[in-house]
Write a protein of this length. Structure first.
Length: 65
């Protein structure tokens, strides 16, 4: 679900562990799959962590509406 080059990102791991603890496995997995697909569709090339945590970046994609 996470691109191989970003799997060692400590901030991303912490965010996903937090969501996993709060939402459970299935909801966390769905959230991550949806957000990574959205980032791919929009051509986002930065860190997935930045895309997930920053509503301005995530909301700036016209394809997401």
């Amino acid at each position: 679900m996470v691109p191989p080059k970003q799997r060692q990102d400590l901030q991303l791991r912490r965010l996903l562990l937090f969501r996993l603890r709060i939402d459970g496995f299935d909801r966390c997995r769905t959230y991550l799959v949806d957000r990574t697909r959205s980032a791919d569709r929009c051509g986002f090339t930065g860190r997935i962590f930045d895309y997930l945590k920053d509503d301005d970046i995530e909301g700036s994609c016209p394809l997401d509406e």
